[in-house]
Design a protein around this ligand. Structure first.
Ligand code: SAM
Ligand code: SF4
Length: 343
C-alpha cells in the first residue's frame, strides 16, 4: 500500500482520498471525451456509440477546476488524460498546459491511440506533458485494420516516433491480445517495441466493451501471454516492486529492457489500487467497475464551492469496493463501457 504523498504546497486544506480499506487515491484518470476515431472490436461496436451530447461534457474550464480541486485539496499527484480518444478533444493542449500550471511536480500523461500524435506531440511536450502511453495491438497493417476497423496503422507508428522525438518518453505501448486475431503476434510486437526502445505492456481483456462480448473463456490470460513469448524470449521478474503499478514487469533476455503484463482479471491488483476516475461529463468513479458515480458536474453548475466539491469527492471514494469482483457470480458489467469511463 502506498502512503499518501506528502503535499507541502497545500498542507491545511489537504484531505487525501482514502477509502474504507485504507487505500489512498493519488492517480487521477481524466476522460476528456467518449468519442473515438477507431472502433477497436474489444472496446466498441463497428457503428460506434451514441456520443455524449456536448452540453453534458465538461468545458475546459470545468475540467481544469476539478483537476485543481483534486491536486490542491485531495492530494492527487498524477493526472492521466484519456477517453475515448483524448487527441480528438480540441482543448487538449490547453488543458495540459493549465494542469501543468497548477503544480509543476504533478506527473502528466495521456493514453492515446496515437492518431494525430505526430502533429501534436511537440505542442503537448511544450505544454508540460511528461509521457504518453500509445495503444497498439499489432505491427501488421492488415491485423490493425481487422482489430480497429480503420486503416490507420501508419498514423500510429508516426505518432509513436514523434512522441519519442519530442521527449515524451519513456514511450509505453499498450496491447490487448485477442484469441485467433493477434495472440500469435505477441513476440513480433515485443521485438518491434524493443527495437525502437518502447516499453510494451500487455493488458488482459476486461469485461468493459460496449457490446458485452467479453467472456472469461475467450480472453487471452497472462499465462497464455507468457507462453506465447516463452519460445523467443527469456523473461525474469524485474526486481523493482510492483507497488500500486498495475503492470508486473519482466526483464527481457536479462534486461535492461522490460515487458509488462497487466493481469487485471487473473491476477487482480485491487488491494494496491491508487486510482480514481473522472468521466468527460464530470462523474467521479472510484473504480473502473463501479456501478455508482458521483455527479460533480451538477454540483459545480449549481454553484458548489471548491470545498464542497472536495467533500463530495471524498464521500465518493469512501464507498470504493474492495475489488472488481469479476469472478463473483453476481458480477455485473458497469453500464458505461470503457470508452465512456476513461481507460
Ligand atoms: N483511445 C485511447 C487508447 O486506445 O489508448 C484511450 C482510451 S482506451 C479505452 C484506453 C486503453 O484501454 C487502451 O489501451 C485500450 O487498449 C484499453 N482497452 C479498451 N477496451 C478494453 C478492454 N475491454 N479490456 C482491456 N483493455 C481495454
Ligand atoms: Fe478508441 Fe481506445 Fe476504444 Fe480503441 S480502445 S476504440 S482507440 S477508445
Amino acid at each position: 500500500m502506498q502512503d499518501a504523498c506528502p503535499h507541502p504546497a497545500y498542507p491545511e486544506q489537504m484531505q487525501p482520498l482514502v477509502d474504507r480499506y485504507g487505500r489512498v487515491a493519488t492517480d487521477l484518470r481524466v476522460s476528456l471525451t467518449d468519442r473515438c476515431n477507431l472502433r477497436c472490436s474489444y472496446c466498441m461496436p463497428a457503428e460506434g456509440l451514441d456520443w455524449m451530447p456536448t452540453a453534458d461534457q465538461l468545458t475546459d474550464d470545468e475540467v481544469v477546476r476539478l483537476i485543481t480541486v483534486a491536486i490542491e485539496r485531495l492530494g492527487v499527484r498524477e493526472v492521466r488524460f484519456t477517453g475515448g480518444e483524448p487527441l480528438v478533444r480540441r482543448g487538449l493542449v490547453d488543458v495540459v498546459g493549465r494542469t501543468r500550471a497548477i503544480d509543476p511536480g504533478v506527473e502528466l500523461s495521456i493514453t492515446t491511440n496515437g492518431i494525430g500524435l505526430a502533429r501534436t506531440a511537440g505542442a503537448l511536450a511544450d505544454a508540460g506533458l511528461d509521457r504518453v502511453n500509445v495503444s497498439l495491438d499489432t505491427v501488421r497493417p492488415d491485423t490493425f485494420l481487422e482489430i480497429t476497423r480503420r486503416d490507420r496503422f501508419n498514423d500510429v507508428v508516426e505518432g509513436l516516433a514523434a512522441a519519442e522525438r519530442s521527449g515524451l518518453g519513456p514511450v509505453k505501448v499498450n496491447a490487448v491480445l485477442l484469441r485467433g486475431l493477434n495472440d500469435d503476434q505477441a513476440p513480433e510486437l515485443l521485438r518491434w517495441c524493443l527495437d525502437r526502445g518502447y516499453q510494451l505492456r500487455f493488458i488482459e481483456q476486461m469485461p468493459l466493451d460496449a457490446q458485452h462480448g467479453w467472456s472469461r473463456e475467450g480472453m487471452v490470460t497472462a499465462d497464455e501471454i507468457f507462453a506465447h513469448l516463452d519460445g523467443e524470449f527469456s523473461l525474469t521478474p524485474a526486481t523493482e516492486p510492483r507497488g500500486s503499478a498495475p503492470a508486473e514487469l519482466f526483464l527481457v533476455d536479462g534486461g535492461p529492457a522490460t515487458v509488462g503484463v497487466i493481469a487485471s482479471v487473473t491476477r487482480p491488483f485491487c488491494g494496491d489500487c491508487d486510482r480514481v476516475r473522472l468521466t468527460a461529463d464530470g462523474q467521479v468513479r472510484n473504480c473502473l467497475f463501479a456501478r455508482e458515480e458521483s455527479d460533480l458536474r451538477a454540483a459545480m453548475r449549481n454553484g458548489a464551492t471548491d470545498a464542497e466539491l472536495a467533500e463530495r469527492w471524498l464521500a465518493a471514494m469512501a464507498g470504493k469496493a474492495a475489488g472488481h469482483g469479476i469472478d463473483d457470480p453476481t458480477f455485473l458489467q458497469p453500464d458505461r463501457p470503457m470508452s465512456a469511463i476513461g481507460g
